[in-house]
Design a protein around this ligand. Structure first.
Ligand SMILES: [Zn+2]
Length: 341
């Protein structure tokens, strides 16, 4: 299996985000990339450079004004008198008759859905590199590779049609799925990050040509809180094509594998031509976000189960934060996936 990577992703170093009323250390650090690369090397994947794609590709799942905000918004922010070096929202768009504001403070409130997505001076090139990594992996699979791993940073699955959230800006998995749809009539996205893939759900919620299945810690007690419930099944043409499988916070290997079995049955029944896997390693028992209790060896078992679907598969890196185990967890997954094939 090929791994796709761009070293540009070592940029974008926000210092802080808002958690429980406090500005705390930003967990999506560039060091994650180095540790994930160690995992790729341990699994002996060949590493290939990401290609560059045009903005029109990102607009397959995001609005043009959102892409423009990510690309150019910081330049406007910098011109504000006394603005801080990290763009953050200060206002929230509420339901009701509201109008999109052209002012950068209005746009920041509109497009940044929570307080975990600061934008710094080099964010756009890193966000773009992450999306291009996913799209390069999707291109390889569309061209006939059996599978490819996209080492993406920042992650993407919380990014909605025009809103960033949960350290995510462009939705890498959604972009990969949209790209694969040009080759396959039906594509499934399976999300095994500890957090619900709420951005992915929102982007495809009304569609029946991309199935979305997410296993995640109970949103009653865990981010993203408003989405990820089993009753959220899709609307209009998309009704019945969105599936949420909830496990308890700090669930162990058995609970996650039981959830995965259900998810795999749903994917099989949908008869998709290709799979996008949102691979979060933040289910691990030592992950600092503290949402799961999955062991390193269980990643290999879960990978083999997914691999047994025998579908062309693009594996997209989502969460998984700094622990001494991050590289080993990725290696465990990638080796398990290849052995399952
Ligand atoms: Zn996560």
């Amino acid at each position: 299996m090929k791994a796709i990577f761009s070293a540009v992703q070592l940029g974008h170093k926000p210092k802080r985000y808002l958690s429980k009323g406090k500005m705390v250390h930003y967990p999506d650090q560039p060091e994650r990339v180095r540790r994930l690369l160690q995992g790729v090397r341990k699994a002996e994947l060949s590493i290939h450079a990401a290609r560059s794609f045009s903005d029109s590709m990102y607009e397959s799942v995001h609005s043009a004004r959102y892409v423009d905000f990510l690309k150019n918004g910081f330049d406007e922010w910098e011109k504000l008198e006394d603005s801080y070096e990290e763009m953050m929202p200060a206002v929230r768009p509420a339901p009701g008759p509201i109008t999109y504001s052209p002012h950068i403070i209005g746009r920041a409130g509109w497009h940044l859905s929570d307080f975990s997505c600061p934008i710094v001076s080099d964010s756009w090139k890193v966000i773009k590199a992450s999306a291009d990594t996913a799209l390069t992996a999707a291109s390889a699979v569309a061209a006939g590779e059996k599978s490819a791993y996209a080492l993406c940073r920042p992650p993407g699955h919380h990014a909605q049609h025009e809103r960033a959230g949960g350290f995510c800006y462009l939705n890498n998995a959604a972009l990969a799925a949209a790209h694969l749809r040009k080759t396959y009539d039906r594509v499934s996205i399976l999300d095994i990050d500890v957090h619900h893939g709420n951005g992915t759900q929102q982007i495809f919620y009304h569609r029946d040509d991309v199935q979305t299945v997410s296993i995640h810690a109970d949103p009653n007690e865990f981010y993203p809180f408003y989405q990820g419930y089993e009753a959220q099944k899709g609307i209009k043409q998309g009704e019945g094509f969105n599936h949420n499988i909830v496990v308890p916070v700090k669930a162990d290997d058995l609970a996650w594998m039981t959830g995965l079995e259900k998810a795999l049955t749903l994917v099989s029944d949908y008869r998709s031509g290709a799979l996008v896997l949102s691979l979060g390693l933040d289910t691990h028992e030592k992950d600092p976000l503290n949402g799961g209790a999955v062991t390193t060896t269980a990643f290999a078992e879960m990978a083999a189960m997914i691999s047994n679907l025998n579908l062309p598969t693009v594996i997209i890196q989502e969460g998984g934060y700094l622990t001494p185990f991050l590289g080993d967890n990725l290696a465990s997954f990638l080796i398990g996936f290849e052995h399952g094939q």
